[in-house]
Design a protein around this ligand. Structure first.
Ligand SMILES: N[C@@H](CCC(=O)N[C@@H](CS)C(=O)NCC(=O)O)C(=O)O
Length: 319
């Protein structure tokens, strides 16, 4: 039997009561792997909406209004950009089992700034520096547009020795954390700390296996990687990009409230953009905000009325 997306595997609920969890993703995406592991920890049924690895991504852009990065979570006409916010939304909608089994909610979310920026950039240099001339030119061109700067695999290659040392030092922190024999980073139950710390190592292992020598001799890490891998990805099925658009069109987005600090933007047209790379501006009417998120409503000729949600950390808002 194909499981319905958006239902707890352990507790089947009818599709009518529970909207589908749609994850716009592709197989080789490390940030999508972070979310797939979180879906596994929560034992959720979900639908993969496979997106291209490079632009154009017309269906995704119709939903997001310009945000092109992967992953994007869609629940009905609510579109959640960035793995940081996707994690928060999954935890909000499906609190049990928690992604914070040690009561480590704030601190563990902060680890994303370590794994998604510092460790990820080391992994990118190691993988693409290692692959060198084998990286397809269309991919390089696309990532240059994404970065707004060069994607120079030769320069990355020159940085590999340093980056391998850096990577080993980062992973040594995980070895230290696991040294008392615990199964997962914050104790006996897996959580976001594991998903965050795992996905870059998964990325290196799957995209450029020779580079695992940076960390595969460190104690405890190999067994922990295997335990995280064994969690799996929950119950996955597939939905086409066209069907995802259709779901958005036929759904109503959630209502939101606006934080006092954003009162001046309430109901007004604003633009939201990432502050690191993939800085495309997304325009919409501010309909929700908090310390943790910014939500804009937009009307799309293909997707209909959608609300696009962004994390606060790493995104700017301007009117
Ligand atoms: N801060 C974002 C970063 C996402 C990211 O960089 N994703 C990569 C793929 S793993 C990406 O979008 N690359 C360009 C693309 O796929 O078009 C997040 O946490 O979701």
């Amino acid at each position: 039997m194909i499981p319905h997306c958006g239902v707890l595997v352990r507790k089947m609920t009818s599709e009518k009561m529970m909207p589908k969890i749609l994850l716009h993703q592709y197989a080789s995406s490390p940030f999508a792997e972070k979310i797939r592991v979180c879906l596994g920890i929560k034992g959720l049924g979900w639908c993969a909406v496979d997106e291209p690895v490079i632009m154009p991504k017309p269906e995704l852009i119709a939903l997001t209004g310009g945000y092109r990065r992967i992953p994007v979570l869609q629940i009905g006409a609510d579109i959640y950009c960035d793995s940081q916010l996707i994690v928060r939304e999954l935890e909000r909608r499906f609190p049990e089992p928690t992604l914070f089994p040690a009561g480590d909610r704030g601190l563990t979310q902060a680890t994303a700034l370590w794994t998604d920026r510092v460790v990820f950039q080391a992994a990118v240099a190691i993988i693409f520096g290692g692959l060198g001339d084998n990286v397809p030119s269309a991919f390089i061109k696309d990532r240059e547009a994404l970065r707004g700067g060069s994607f120079d695999t030769a320069a990355m290659g020159a940085a590999v020795p340093h980056m391998m040392g850096q990577l080993r030092a980062h992973v040594a922190l995980l070895a230290e954390q696991l040294a008392d024999g615990r199964s997962f980073l914050t104790g006996e139950r897996p959580g976001l700390a594991d998903a965050n710390s795992y996905y870059n190592l998964w990325f290196i292992r799957s995209a450029y296996p020779p580079a695992t020598k940076a960390f595969d001799q460190l104690p405890h890490v190999g067994d922990w990687l295997e335990r995280v891998r064994a969690i799996g990805h929950g119950e996955r099925s597939e939905v086409s990009r066209e069907a995802a658009l259709d779901i958005a069109q036929k759904s109503e987005p959630l209502a939101g409230t606006i934080a006092t600090q954003d009162a001046k933007h309430a109901g007004k047209q604003v633009t939201v953009a990432a502050d690191d790379y993939g800085r495309d501006q997304i325009c919409g009417v501010l309909v929700g905000s908090s310390e943790h998120h910014i939500s804009v409503r937009r009307e799309d000729p293909i997707a209909g009325q959608v609300v696009v949600h962004f994390p606060r950390i790493g995104y700017s808002i301007e009117s």
